[in-house]
Unconditional design. Structure first.
Length: 198
């Protein structure tokens, strides 16, 4: 997306995912990832209604521009970033960083002490996003993705988060490369995108 075209787009608003978003969410999945590894409409429906998950959608003029999904486990104070994705036409606008901040805020409200995730070792854009957002590496899973690519494990402490105007609130674009991520050990298409799962 060119700088001039980006300036003409409306500012995205972040909100909870709705059942009316199902088709758009699945379309976003299909745009980036192989058909046998996408999150199904049935799974999205369950995540939207489940008390142990939060789905945040970036709404750009009534269109789903991106989404982030975080999962919780009863009795645990660890949040799990399961999925974060930004449509190609809405990349380079800081949406990935805003979505990440939004799910972190949700985890804090639920009393979680930390957020964890895994990311493909060969995805420098995703790794840069997490490192510049305060995530620290703490391990690796060998040949985790497709039996070929290692997964790097990251964690961010949320227990002592300072009061701040988050990226989700400010809407400031993130520095760095194109962002198009989603969670889970899933196959990639040729475009720049990745999947990771805790």
């Amino acid at each position: 997306m060119s700088a001039s075209s980006a300036q003409t787009l409306p500012q995205a608003s972040l909100r909870r995912g709705r059942l009316s978003d199902l088709e758009a969410l699945v379309a976003l999945e299909r745009d980036f990832f192989s058909s046998d590894h996408i999150i199904s409409q049935r799974s999205f429906r369950r995540f939207i209604s489940s008390p142990t998950s939060t789905l945040i959608v970036a709404d750009m003029g009534g269109k789903v521009a991106g989404s982030a999904l975080v999962l919780y486990r009863r009795g645990s104070n660890l949040a799990r970033l399961y999925s974060i994705a930004v449509a190609a036409e809405f990349q380079r606008r800081g949406l990935a960083r805003r979505l990440l901040a939004a799910v972190e805020d949700d985890a804090v409200r639920r009393g979680c002490r930390a957020m964890r995730l895994e990311v493909r070792e060969d995805d420098p854009a995703a790794i840069a996003l997490y490192e510049t957002s305060g995530y620290q590496p703490f391990g690796k899973r060998a040949l985790y993705y497709d039996g070929k690519v290692d997964a790097l494990r990251f964690e961010k402490s949320l227990a002592a988060q300072p009061q701040r105007r988050s990226a989700a609130a400010t809407g400031r674009p993130a520095a760095g490369g194109r962002i198009g991520f989603d969670g889970g050990h899933r196959a990639r298409r040729s475009r720049q995108a990745s999947r990771f799962r805790l």
